[in-house]
Design a protein around this ligand. Structure first.
Ligand code: SF4
Length: 463
């Protein structure tokens, strides 16, 4: 497939509709409480009894933070009361034990991710104990086969702590930066010395992390093309392996913390368009490959390779190379994907703790996929990961006729193809370099839950 991308302002504006990011299909908005812990156990049992059971990918949600970043849309708890974090870890250890008992022990953990919140809110001893609990409950793959990653807030870590993370087995690191401009940092309440971040990137490399990823956000208050250009130049100077450059979606009605942002300081849609164009120009100019949905990687990075070789996968952490794994979510609001089901934990800490305290799995909701859901999920993943769908391949895999089944969708796709988003012929379709930036508009065509592409207030927009 082509990994080219091209910014076309007219197309971006025309298709600037609110839509899901498709880290899952169905998306979490469609999850329902008709799915419970009992059903989840059934799916786990079935996954254990597969001829060759899938390896496991663990996601551990650590929701605590020391201070509030106003743009934040994560499920987090900002507190200085560290005893709340201690209690959380105790319940988490019980959940780890309960989940671990469900999965056969010959299923190795090849992928592990600590996300937040701020995982490094916890000290080295607490993280060490957490890792020991995980290793006790699950079977870790040999070190050479592991992809263990952690999200790090550079304000909470120094070189010594980084070194401890390596000792714990982490070999990939993701650093939250967002913007280095002092005025922007002040407007979003995240003051972070750029030099600290740069030191952390070089220290991570020196300590042996295989991949360093940086998160930036465009569209933050007081950002200008000049200021963000400087942010990009400084970050690109350190040449991280991966960059995620997210669009800030101002949705104060959904995310309370965003009410602290002065709406008048947010860049206009025209400036956001320019910021997006600038990002693509600078990153592709520096040799980065556009993976999809805000993610860029160096050509030799595993994500770029997986995309070229056709085994890239999309999940709740973005993009992944481990499509073969069943995903086990641990902690408040975490989501599992086991076989053909999704299962999400309670979103609020008290409910999550109450369930665990009663000795129950804290499963709150989720869907199990029908044949139709599986099919649509696979089509949407192919669009989001590989920007292409081959009709025959899908017809063979799902034993149906793609053209008949999706006649209406293909009719709608033709309109987008006429606009230049995709090349569509009798064998399949491929997104154009311009269409790849609007991949979710194409994916939405195959989303049976979306009737109107213009009325999706729970989702963010492209710009
Ligand atoms: S952006 Fe990260 S560090 Fe900031 S409040 Fe949200 S989860 Fe915490």
């Amino acid at each position: 497939m082509s990994q080219q991308v091209q910014f076309n302002p007219e197309l971006v504006q025309r298709y600037d509709v609110a839509g899901p990011r498709y880290t899952s299909y169905p998306t979490a908005v469609q999850f329902h409480e008709g799915f419970d812990a009992e059903l989840y156990r059934r799916f786990v049992r079935e996954s254990n009894s597969e001829l060759i059971p899938s390896p496991l990918s663990l996601y551990v949600h650590l929701p605590f933070c020391h201070s509030l970043c106003y743009y934040c849309g994560c499920n987090k708890k900002v507190t200085q009361h560290i005893e709340q974090g201690v209690a959380y870890l105790q319940f988490l250890s019980q959940e780890i034990r309960m989940r671990g008992e469900l999965f056969d022990h010959d299923r190795q953990v090849t992928q592990l991710h600590f996300g937040g919140g701020t995982p490094t809110y916890f000290d080295d001893i607490q993280l060490e104990q957490l890792m020991a609990n995980l290793e006790h409950a699950f079977t870790f793959a040999p070190a050479r086969d592991r992809e263990f990653s952690i999200e790090v807030d550079p304000r909470t870590v120094d070189r010594e702590r980084l070194s401890r993370l390596v000792d714990l087995g982490f070999n990939r690191i993701s650093l939250g930066v967002q913007d280095i401009d002092p005025d922007v940092q002040k407007a979003v309440n995240r003051i972070q010395d750029p030099q600290t971040t740069l030191n952390m990137i070089s220290d991570s490399r020196a300590l042996g992390f295989k991949s360093v990823s940086i998160d930036l956000i465009y569209g933050l208050p007081l950002q200008t093309t000049a200021s963000f250009s400087k942010t990009l130049a400084v970050v690109l100077g350190a040449r991280p392996d991966r960059l995620a450059v997210y669009n800030y979606a101002h949705m104060p009605e959904v995310f309370r913390s965003q009410r602290m942002i002065n709406a008048a300081d947010i860049p206009t849609p025209q400036t956001k368009l320019e910021l997006m164009a600038l990002t693509i120009e600078k990153l592709t100019g520096a040799g980065y490959v556009y993976i999809g949905m805000d993610h860029f990687a160096l050509p030799e990075d595993e994500l770029s390779r997986a995309q070229r070789e056709g085994h890239l996968h999309r999940n709740f952490q973005g993009y992944s190379t481990h499509s073969e794994c069943d995903l086990v979510g641990l902690g408040v609001s975490a989501i599992d994907k086991v076989g053909d089901c999704f299962a999400q934990n309670y979103k609020k800490i008290p409910q999550w703790q109450d369930a665990i305290g009663r000795g129950e799995l804290p499963v709150w909701r989720g869907p199990s996929l029908s044949q139709e859901g599986r099919l649509r999920s696979a089509v949407i993943e192919a669009i989001m990961c590989h920007s292409a769908v081959n009709f025959q391949e899908f017809s063979n895999r799902f034993h149906f006729d793609f053209n008949d089944h999706f006649a209406l969708e293909l009719h709608r796709l033709q309109l987008l193809a006429d606009d230049g988003l995709a090349d569509l012929n009798e064998d399949g379709f491929t997104l154009t370099a311009e269409g790849r930036l609007l991949m979710r508009a194409v994916a939405m065509i195959f989303d049976e839950y979306i009737q109107s592409a213009t009325d999706q207030p729970r989702y963010s927009r492209v710009i």
